[in-house]
Design a protein around this ligand. Structure first.
Ligand SMILES: [Zn+2]
Length: 359
């Protein structure tokens, strides 16, 4: 049946029945997922194979549904941090009898939340993390409108979906591609999954991140999925998308675990994304600090060390430096950590430019 179909009982001609009988546009053997929340109509869904067998001239249709006020349910897990600056994780739970879209986002988010909660004793976190499990779009709209006071504290977010099928990870940027969230997650993906790809806002797939990125809200929320190719390719997000073939058979546990680990790796980078404030002035005497890299033996490492050091100026975060140099976040972090251990730099939550003010 069409999700949110109006009730209908009566005799109809074959022609009228077919007008209300939906089939999948690509998969003959699959029943499509069709929803009509606002375009009010009755309807049924079936396979192309069954539709082709309907030769009688008249049919009796019985759809017993009712519409009455109910509650919109939102699942929420809060993982408290050192302060209330928040990173939002979200997944939607509203597609009946489908798994990849988007139970996979829900379970990956829940498992990551469980691990983060368990590790809280050992590893307190800078940021508060808030996992939201919502009905798509309307759930995000309702949540945001009931929690407006939380929005100014939301520093970034990641929407999770379609994480079980056999495609590489796809990271879609937010509406603010130069935000710290975008720079950090984009460069961290490079270090965590070389097969993953990135693409701009609304070029991979549209979901709840639209409500967070929208005017008046403007939380830079990215999305993580395993969508096969960007929308411009004309291909569906994955073969079984929005059909009765979206079952556990197209998932593997290993892929769900890999996505969970990737998510935890992205969060690790986000926690480390601080501004790098130089305690030194001028160029560092590297040999004196025992961090010199011989340019004859390792020219790449030598150049990289200097390129990173000259950007440690209190104005740039680790993610800013990684973005400028097109390096993985983790590669920059390793150098910054070394400089911090030598007390050549310190890390700050906010920019602290060290160049003298010029009047
Ligand atoms: Zn969907």
């Amino acid at each position: 049946m069409v999700s949110y179909s109006l009730p209908f009982e009566g005799a109809v001609s074959r022609e009228e029945l077919l007008r209300h009988l939906h089939v999948h546009s690509r998969l003959r053997e699959a029943i499509p997922f069709v929803f009509k929340y606002y375009e009010r109509d009755w309807g049924l869904c079936t396979t192309q194979e069954l539709r082709d067998q309907l030769k009688d001239e008249a049919y009796r249709v019985v759809i017993r549904t009712s519409f009455e006020p109910g509650a919109l349910k939102v699942g929420e897990i809060v993982i408290p941090g050192e302060n209330d600056e928040t990173f939002v994780l979200a997944a939607h739970l509203c597609h009946p009898a489908m798994v990849n879209d988007d139970l996979t986002g829900v379970v990956v988010g829940l498992d990551a939340a469980r691990i983060l909660l368990e590790s809280l004793q050992r590893a307190p976190r800078r940021f508060t993390y808030r996992l939201l499990i919502l009905p798509e779009t309307i759930g995000s709209v309702a949540y945001l409108s009931h929690h407006e006071s939380l929005i100014p504290k939301m520093r970034g977010g990641l929407f999770l979906e379609m994480l079980g099928n056999d495609s590489p990870h796809a990271l879609q940027g937010s509406f603010q591609p130069e935000s710290q969230a975008d720079r950090c997650l984009r460069t961290a993906l490079r270090g965590l999954d070389p097969n993953g790809y990135t693409s701009a806002y609304r070029t991979i797939i549209d979901n709840d991140e639209r409500q967070f990125n929208a005017p008046g809200v403007r939380v830079p929320m990215l999305s993580l999925s395993r969508v096969e190719a960007p929308k411009s390719s004309g291909r569906p997000p994955y073969r079984e998308y929005h059909s009765s073939l979206d079952t556990p058979a197209i998932l593997t546990q290993a892929r769900l675990e890999a996505s969970r680990d990737l998510l935890l790796g992205l969060i690790e980078a986000w926690e480390r994304n601080l501004y790098v404030v130089n305690n030194f002035k001028g160029e560092v005497f590297c040999s004196g600090y025992g961090i010199w890299i011989d340019y004859r033996a390792n020219p790449e490492g030598h150049r990289r060390l200097f390129e990173i050091m000259e950007r440690c100026d209190g104005e740039r975060s680790v993610a800013d430096i990684a973005s400028e140099l097109e390096l993985p976040f983790q590669a920059v972090w390793e150098v910054v950590r070394l400089l911090r251990d030598k007390e050549l730099v310190r890390l700050s939550r906010h920019p602290e430019p060290t160049a003298p003010l010029r009047g």
